[in-house]
Design a protein around this ligand. Structure first.
Ligand SMILES: CC(C)(COP(=O)(O)OP(=O)(O)OC[C@H]1O[C@@H](n2cnc3c(N)ncnc32)[C@H](O)[C@@H]1OP(=O)(O)O)[C@@H](O)C(=O)NCCC(=O)NCCS
Length: 173
């Protein structure tokens, strides 16, 4: 089955914002929010967006272009905005745009960005086609093209890792 037989879904159909108050339990040794906590929450938000688009369970296959632009402080409200930027046959790329809101001043700042890629699974836990993405704006079309380029680079990296692995296995044999 190809994904062309499934009804297309828009970016807005699955987009969401996950908001969480940053508490002492989220802290690193410097007293800011631990990077691993931010990645876990991004994966949670991205996984929901991907599963909403696919209407299937979705697993993370790779994480791309993560940035930590500003520290996140304890006591701030974390806002993770997730939206589908690109889909392949069984893959969904989700852009995570992370902001903090100071609850006292109301100031909102961008702190992190990332692209998480998910694979939708069927009942046998094998990759299964996802609906095409219905692009509604020029901005969405631009993001989709950029996602396609990122995916080419990800697959090239995977191929080079795999061929390195094969060469190393050959040396050991
Ligand atoms: C995700 C998983 C099911 C894919 O299995 P697989 O045998 O590699 O499947 P395929 O080779 O058929 O690839 C499936 C899709 O993933 C894409 N893919 C695989 N590896 C990728 C990578 N490193 N980067 C980007 N895309 C990748 C393929 O291009 C293909 O996309 P398409 O169908 O849209 O063209 C398997 O790798 C897996 O189970 N990984 C562990 C997932 C996990 O535990 N995540 C953490 C917890 S959620």
């Amino acid at each position: 089955m190809t994904n062309q037989t499934l009804s297309p879904r828009t970016v807005a159909d699955s987009a969401m914002t996950l908001s969480t108050l940053m508490q002492p339990i989220h802290s690193n040794s410097l007293g800011n929010v631990h990077g691993g906590v931010l990645l876990k929450l991004c994966d949670e938000c991205g996984g929901i967006v991907a599963a909403r688009h696919a209407r299937r369970p979705a697993v993370t296959v790779t994480v791309d272009s993560v940035t930590f632009d500003k520290p996140v402080r304890i006591g701030q409200l974390l806002l993770i905005h997730g939206r589908v930027t690109w889909v392949g046959r069984t893959t969904v790329e989700v852009e995570l745009h992370v902001e903090t809101e100071d609850l006292v001043t109301g100031k909102v700042e961008h702190t992190n960005s990332a692209y998480f890629v998910y694979v939708a699974l069927n009942e046998d836990r094998r990759p299964t086609p996802v609906p095409p993405l219905k692009l509604e704006t020029e901005e969405e079309r631009r993001r989709f093209q950029e996602g396609e380029m990122r995916q080419s680079m990800r697959l090239a990296r995977r191929e080079s890792r795999e061929s390195r692995g094969l060469k190393e296995a050959g040396r050991k044999a």
